[in-house]
Design a protein around this ligand. Structure first.
Ligand SMILES: Cc1ncc(COP(=O)(O)O)c(C=O)c1O
Length: 385
């Protein structure tokens, strides 16, 4: 896709990079000094914009980035990011040479994978690897000391591998009942103790664990959702000892306003019928933008007032019932603050019966992201790089 200098539609996401920086700093200050921050910027930084968030996080003190797939790591390298990047998910052994050449760190958890990678590697390749341990998430990772030892021995015998880290991932760190978390933590400690030589990074905490269990941090945490200013779960919201700042807002502008009369209908299926004289505004955002049909009835902010979406949400447009006439071009906030009122990501998640993580991720890439520092737009070009 070509780089685009300007946008020709009035719907956009605003990402406040000061909030990202403040959240990274707050978590860093909360943790012991020796604990490094690995900023999790997978899935286009949870929909916020990978390179911009990566830069903000690194400037605020993160030392490592993490993504889900090699493609995401390569995209960051192409955008000029030179910081270390860990691929958290599975990669193909045939691609180990490419990862090594770009200094991308891969997650490993199978001896057969390493053997296959050895066949594909050149003599002088150097690949950083972090060993994933499955302590109860049931996704990827070694599950026994035998597997761990076999892999460690293989890594020691081949200097093309740099055994840089070991990690696990918690399934319930955001739940008030900590028993399963404790079980996983103990299992991870046993695995780490089973190594003959500890690698540079030992990490297990996601945002929830980093905030709630400082003592579990070893020497790095993988910070995702809290960096974006969101609580890992509703239950632990009250346990967060410092404010988090939501970075993501979704905005649009009224493109058409009309007065309906009693009985007039709105949108597909003609499901909405005007009760009397009503002002209806049209917004240029729809389900192809991730503003999905289930959000019909959701309120948005117009002039600091909550107004409902009426009728079915179309692919590219939806309609709102206004208390009065508003001029074409009036700004509308679908997520975020306007004149002292707020529509949080959690509110949208509740309406969609999902978790807050999902909301910024589903706002489509065709919605431009713009970036703010000190309230000013700093970068509207990079979202399509
Ligand atoms: C392996 C791994 N580590 C860390 C994270 C970050 O988690 P959170 O966003 O809850 O901080 C994720 C996110 O899904 C993950 O999959």
């Amino acid at each position: 896709m070509e780089k685009q200098d300007r946008f020709y539609r009035d719907t956009w996401v605003e990402v406040d990079l000061d909030s990202i920086s403040a959240n990274v700093t707050a978590v860093k200050n909360h943790l012991p000094r020796n604990v490094d921050i690995i900023a999790v910027v997978k899935a286009n930084a949870y929909g916020h914009g990978d390179v911009q968030v990566a830069r903000a996080a690194l400037e605020a003190g993160a030392v490592y980035l993490a993504v889900a797939f090699m493609d995401e790591a390569i995209a960051l390298r192409k955008k000029g990011i030179t910081a270390p990047i860990l691929v958290l998910g599975a990669s193909r052994p045939e691609d180990a040479g490419t990862a090594a050449s770009l200094d991308i760190t891969l997650t490993i958890f199978q001896k057969t994978w390493l053997e296959r990678a050895q066949e594909c590697f050149s003599k002088d390749a150097r690949l950083r690897v972090h060993l994933k341990v499955d302590t109860g998430m049931g996704r990827i990772g070694v599950r026994s000391l035998e597997e761990l030892t076999e892999i460690e021995q293989l890594l020691q015998q081949d200097q093309r591998f740099i055994f840089e880290g070991i990690f696990t991932h918690f399934a319930t760190a955001d739940e008030l009942d900590t028993s399963y978390f404790q079980q996983q933590f103990t299992a991870f400690k046993e695995m780490v103790d089973g190594l003959s030589c500890k690698p540079k990074y030992v990490h297990c905490s996601n945002s929830a664990a980093a905030i709630r269990f400082k003592e579990a941090a070893f020497n790095a945490v993988r910070l995702g959702i809290a960096m974006y200013g969101l609580s890992p779960s509703l239950e632990m919201e009250r346990e967060i000892p410092f404010p988090l700042h939501e970075a993501f807002s979704l905005k649009t502008r009224v493109v058409h306003v009309k007065k309906l009369h009693k009985g007039d209908k709105v949108s597909y299926g003609a499901t909405y019928e005007s009760c009397g004289e009503e002002w209806i505004g049209t917004l240029p955002i729809g389900y192809a933008d991730g503003w999905i049909r289930r959000l019909s009835g959701q309120e948005v902010l117009v002039g600091g007032v909550r107004v409902p979406i009426v009728g079915r949400i179309c692919m590219d447009q939806c309609m709102v019932r206004l208390p009065e006439y508003v001029p074409i071009g009036t700004e509308v906030t679908l997520i975020g603050k306007q004149k002292g009122r707020n529509i949080s990501i959690n509110e949208i998640a509740a309406k969609l019966e999902t978790i807050n993580y999902e909301v910024p991720c589903i706002i489509a890439s065709r919605v431009p992201r713009i970036y703010k520092r000190k309230g000013k737009t700093i970068d509207i070009k990079n979202y399509l790089i």
